[in-house]
Design a binder for this molecule. Structure first.
Ligand code: FAD
Ligand code: UDP
Length: 366
């Protein structure tokens, strides 16, 4: 008999499992995949850590969370500075003085701000109601057309006018010559890869892979006093109110006989024609010097049952549906829901760790 059955060996489940076992609790962690780590898992190909479920860069502003992950692994000095490729034209991201200079020839922050103000005035937006209006209000129509519209509509499979504004606010807009994609104080890639973190977190737990909770639900529920569930919340309730929507991805990996394919870890293709959104060259996350290189093209696609649910689509319709499931979830006495899928939130890794540590406090400081 276990104290906790933890469904999902991703970051949320693993933080919870680690903290519970540290407190003497017996945990069984299951995952339907054949490996631990959830979406932060990396696979070694040609001696390169390949981010199997999309590029992951750790960043946080929270010292407590930074110290927390650093007890498991050390981080390198990688700073994310993606490049945008718009029909062969190269721009720096996030939107900063380098981007504005390349686009308009402006040199000073004052000139850049004037240009954006002028475009904003022409567009006549006072209160942004969706992603398109939000983007134009932040950076003007030129940048919206070249660097945002195509990428966003490919990524989400919907017009930018039908997407929530908060998605674009993830990206900084800066009037300095600074290509750091994040504003956070701490950032990096774990030395030795993300798997090390999860392996250390789960050291003292029982782990069962290739085990789908729903295939053995009755039996598994009998094996523990409580469940920590990090899968899709609507699936937990057999989709009784309807199906929450996700965006999925297809990853196409290639091993290339060159030591440096694109000169950067992340290149975004922001036009609407190129079918993929970004190309990742994994070795650059770790300043790799291998002879070969591994790249991944990331193709967004519509999610249907059975596909990997990568991104929750937090528009009004889905959020409303989620609230119905949340009402049920809140009433459960022996099930803790957490993580990107059970909370249906566009969480980054540091937010998942923060949320898991909050649940741990609630659970063990009663
Ligand atoms: P997951 O990692 O999804 O883990 C859930 C686990 O539960 C999975 O392993 C799944 O197999 C398992 N599971 C689900 N249902 C069942 C079931 N029925 N039975 C058994 N097991 C089940 N964050 C950053 O901070 N920086 C980044 O650069 C970044 N890049 C990202 C890029 C992409 C393409 C994506 C999709 C996400 C990115 N993230 C990034 C977010 C990050 O992946 C998440 O915040 C984090 O991994 C979520 O952890 P989790 O435990 O909630 O979920
Ligand atoms: N985005 C964009 N152009 C880019 C990069 C991002 O328009 O070159 C928009 C797009 O809508 C995307 C959002 O900004 O979904 C958030 O980007 P982020 O890089 O945070 O996405 P993630 O890494 O989570 O896929």
């Amino acid at each position: 008999m276990y104290d906790y059955l933890i469904v999902g060996a991703g970051l949320f489940g693993s933080v919870f499992a680690h903290e519970a076992s540290r407190r003497g609790k017996k945990c069984l962690v299951i995952d339907k995949r054949d490996h631990i780590g959830g979406n932060i898992y990396t696979e070694k190909i040609e001696d390169i850590n390949v981010h199997k479920y999309g590029a992951h860069i750790f960043h946080t502003n929270n010292k407590e969370i930074w110290d927390y992950v650093n007890q498991f692994v050390e981080f390198n000095r990688y700073t994310n500075s993606p490049i945008a490729n718009y029909n062969g034209e190269i721009y720096n991201l996030p939107f900063n003085m380098n981007t504005f200079n390349k686009l308009w020839g402006v040199v000073t922050p004052k000139e850049a701000k004037e240009k954006i103000e002028e475009q904003k005035r022409e567009a006549g937006i006072t209160k942004p109601r969706n992603l398109e209006e939000q983007a134009i209000s932040l950076v003007g129509t030129d940048i919206y057309e070249k660097l945002i519209k195509g990428y966003t509509e490919k990524q989400w499979g919907r017009p930018a006018t039908e997407l929530p504004a908060f998605i674009i606010k993830r990206l900084p807009v800066r009037f300095t010559y600074d290509n750091n994609y994040f504003n956070d104080r701490y950032q990096g890639i774990p030395i030795g890869g993300y798997n090390v973190i999860i392996e250390r977190m789960l050291e003292n737990c029982d782990v069962q892979l290739e085990t789908d909770f729903f295939a053995e639900r009755e039996q598994l529920e009998k094996e523990a006093n409580k469940i920590v569930y990090t899968g899709m919340v609507d699936e937990f309730y057999n989709f009784r109110f309807g199906v929450l929507e996700y965006r999925s991805l297809k990853f196409e990996n290639k091993i290339l006989e060159t030591d440096n394919y694109q000169g950067n870890a992340v290149v975004n293709y922001t036009d609407s024609q190129t079918p993929y959104t970004r190309v990742i060259e994994h070795k650059h996350f770790e300043f790799g010097t291998q002879d070969k290189t591994v790249i991944t093209r990331e193709y967004p696609k519509e999610w249907k049952k059975g596909d990997e649910p990568y991104y929750p689509i937090n528009n009004e319709k889905n959020n409303q549906l989620f609230r119905k499931y949340k009402e049920l979830a809140d009433q459960e006495e022996n099930v803790i829901f957490g993580g990107r899928l059970a909370n249906y939130k566009y969480y980054d890794m540091h937010q998942v760790i923060g949320a898991a540590l909050t649940k741990v406090k609630e659970e063990f400081n009663k």
